[in-house]
Ligand binder design. Structure first.
Ligand code: BES
Ligand code: ZN
Ligand code: ZN
Length: 496
C-alpha cells in the first residue's frame, strides 16, 4: 500500500473520491473541470451534498479520471469528528473491486482538517479477513483491495507526515486484526513470541521472553496454574518489550509507562468449560496482547517520546489431567494466595503475575492493562464502548480523551469498596470469582481482583471484551476482529 500526492488531477486514477458538503459551492482549490462537473450536478438538482448521498460520473478520461464519485458529507457545521472516517469508508466498501486499484482522494480546503480521518477510514476498510480461504469467490475479496491512494491537494508539505502516520497506524491495526482473528493452531504461543521478536528486531527494542522454566524459578504461580492444562508441550511465555526513545532524561527513563495485555491464545474455560455458544470464538482472547504488540510496532516509527514497557503473558486455558481445578489455592508471583473459584476467570490470573512483576521491576509512572476480561462488560456496555476502571483520575481522563479523539470509546465503570470485600477469599487472600453472582457487576469485580496486584502504581484497567470482536462492525471495520485500541493507546502515548 502506497500513498502519493498530486497537485493536479491524474487521468490514470481509477476512481476519484470527492467529499462534498451540503450547500458548499466554493471549493477554493478544486480543479476547474471538476468544479464544473459538481456544480452541474447541484444545479440540475441531482446532488445536494447531504450525508449518505453519492453520485458516480463516468468521463472520457482526458482531463479527468474516468470515474468520479462525489460523496455527500452533510452540513459542515454538523459534522462530528467520527463522521469522515465512517462516511468515506462506508462508500469505499461498495467500490472495492479489481477495477479500482488506484484511488484518488480530493482534499478541498474545506476538508483539510479531516484529512487524517479520511485517510484512516479508507485504509482501515482496505482489509479482508479471508486470509485462509482458497475458493474463487473468496479471492475476489483479496483482488478488491486497492494498492495506491493518490491525495489530490497542492499542499503536500502540510499533509505528508499525517499521511505517513495514518498509513503506519492503519497497517498496524490490520496486522492486529489478523493476530486477533488468527486461529489458535496458527497464531499459537510460539507464533506470538515470534511476532514480538520480529517487532523488537525491526525497531531495536530490548526483548526478554520468560519461558515456563524461568517462570517456575520466579514462582509465577498464577500464569503457571492457568497453563497447567496445556500438557507438557503447551508452552507459556511472558513477553517483555522495552522501548526507550533516544535522548530522554534519566528522570524520564526511570518513569516508564507500563502496558500489559492479555495474551490468551484460546480460552476453553478450563474445567468450568465454556458452553457451545461462546467457546467457538475464543481465539479472540489474545486481543489485549495483540494490541500491545501493535503499539510496539509503532512506538519508534511514530517517534513517541516516552519510555514504554510492554508485558504480554501468553498461554492457553485448556483441560487435561493436570489442569487447575476450582477449589485449588495457588500462590501468585507477589506472594498473595488465590482461591480458584472458576477456571474460566483465567485472564485476571495471568494479568496478576504480569502486573506485579512489571510494577516491581520497572516502577512505572503509569500502568495500563488491556484485556478481553469479562462477558459482563459485553452485557453492560455492548460493542462500542470498552470499560475503564482504575485508581488515578488523570490517567483515566487522559485515556477517555484519547478514546474520544479516535472514536475508540471508553466508559468508566465503578470501583465500589464492597467489590473489594466480595473478592476476598474464604481460605486464601483473594478469590478469582464470586460463584453465583459473578454476572452482577462482573467487570468491576474483575478490576477489584486486579487491584490486589498493582501495589501503589497509578493504574487503569481496560476491558475490551465487547469491542474486540464484533458482528455489527462500524463502516471501516469488518466482522470479527476490529483492532480496537491501537489508535487510542497511541494517541494517549503521544499526549501524556
Ligand atoms: N475471555 C473471557 C471473557 C470474554 C467473553 C471475552 C466473551 C470475550 C468474549 C474470560 O476469560 C471469562 O471467561 N470471564 C468469565 C469470568 C467469570 C467466570 C467470573 C466471564 O465473563 O464469564
Ligand atoms: Zn475465561
Ligand atoms: Zn479469557
Amino acid at each position: 500500500m502506497k500513498i502519493s500526492f498530486s497537485k493536479s488531477l491524474n487521468s490514470d486514477i481509477d476512481i476519484l473520491l470527492c467529499p462534498v458538503f451540503k450547500n458548499e459551492k466554493t471549493f477554493k482549490n478544486y480543479d476547474q473541470n471538476l468544479k464544473k462537473l459538481y456544480l452541474d450536478l447541484v444545479n440540475k438538482k441531482l446532488l445536494s451534498g447531504e450525508k449518505g448521498e453519492s453520485e458516480i460520473i463516468i468521463n472520457d478520461g482526458k482531463n479527468l479520471p474516468k470515474k468520479i464519485c462525489f460523496i455527500g458529507f452533510g452540513e459542515k457545521e454538523k459534522l462530528e469528528s467520527y463522521d469522515p472516517r465512517e462516511i468515506i469508508a462506508g462508500k469505499m466498501k461498495t467500490l472495492m473491486n479489481k477495477h479500482n486499484k488506484k484511488i484518488g482522494l480530493v482534499i478541498a480546503s474545506e476538508m483539510e482538517k479531516f484529512f487524517k480521518e479520511l485517510v484512516e477510514g479508507l485504509l482501515l476498510v482496505n482489509f479482508t479477513p479471508v486470509k485462509f480461504k482458497t475458493g474463487k469467490e473468496d479471492q475476489k475479496a483479496k483482488e478488491g483491495l486497492f494498492e495506491e491512494l493518490v491525495v489530490v491537494n497542492s499542499n503536500e508539505g502540510k499533509f505528508k507526515n499525517i499521511a505517513n502516520e495514518a498509513l503506519l497506524t492503519t497497517q498496524t491495526v490490520n496486522v492486529v486484526r489478523d493476530l486477533v482473528n488468527g486461529p489458535p493452531n496458527h497464531v499459537n504461543v510460539e507464533a506470538f513470541a515470534e511476532h514480538a521478536k520480529k517487532i523488537s528486531k525491526e525497531n531495536g527494542y530490548k526483548l526478554t521472553i520468560l519461558e515456563k522454566r524461568d517462570m517456575e524459578k520466579m514462582k509465577m504461580g498464577a500464569i503457571l496454574a492457568v497453563n497447567r492444562g496445556s500438557g507438557p508441550k503447551g508452552s507459556a511465555k511472558m513477553i517483555i518489550m522495552d522501548y526507550t526513545p533516544k535522548g530522554i532524561s534519566k528522570d524520564n527513563y526511570n518513569k516508564p509507562i507500563l502496558l500489559v495485555g492479555k495474551g490468551l491464545i484460546f480460552d476453553s474455560g478450563g474445567y468450568n468449560l465454556k458452553p457451545y455458544k461462546g467457546i467457538e470464538d475464543m481465539q479472540q482472547d489474545k486481543a489485549g496482547g495483540s494490541i500491545v504488540l501493535g503499539v510496539f510496532g509503532l512506538l519508534k516509527k511514530l517517534n513517541i517520546k516516552r519510555r514504554v514497557v510492554g508485558i504480554v503473558p501468553v498461554t492457553e486455558n485448556l483441560i487435561d489431567a493436570e489442569a487447575y481445578k476450582p477449589s485449588e489455592v495457588i500462590t501468585s508471583y507477589c506472594g498473595k494466595t488465590i482461591e480458584i473459584r472458576n477456571t474460566d476467570a483465567e485472564g485476571r490470573l495471568i494479568l496478576a503475575d504480569a502486573l506485579s512483576y512489571g510494577i516491581e521491576k520497572y516502577k512505572p509512572e503509569y500502568t495500563v492493562d488491556v484485556a478481553t476480561l469479562t462477558g459482563a462488560c459485553i452485557i453492560a456496555l455492548g460493542d462500542r464502548y470498552a470499560g475503564i476502571m482504575g485508581n488515578d483520575r488523570k490517567l483515566i481522563d487522559n485515556l477517555i480523551k484519547a478514546g474520544d479523539d479516535t472514536d475508540e470509546l471508553l466508559w468508566e465503570m465503578p470501583m465500589h469498596r464492597e467489590f473489594r470485600e466480595i473478592i476476598k477469599g474464604k481460605v486464601a487472600d483473594v478469590r478469582n470469582a464470586d460463584n453465583g453472582t459473578s454476572f452482577m457487576a462482573g467487570t468491576s469485580k474483575a478490576a477489584a481482583f486486579l487491584e490486589n496486584f498493582i501495589d501503589k502504581s497509578k493504574w487503569a484497567h481496560i476491558d475490551i471484551a465487547g469491542v474486540t470482536y464484533v458482528d455489527r462492525p462500524k463502516p471501516y471495520d469488518h466482522p470479527m476482529a476490529t483492532g480496537y485500541g491501537v489508535r487510542m493507546l497511541i494517541k494517549f502515548l503521544e499526549k501524556i
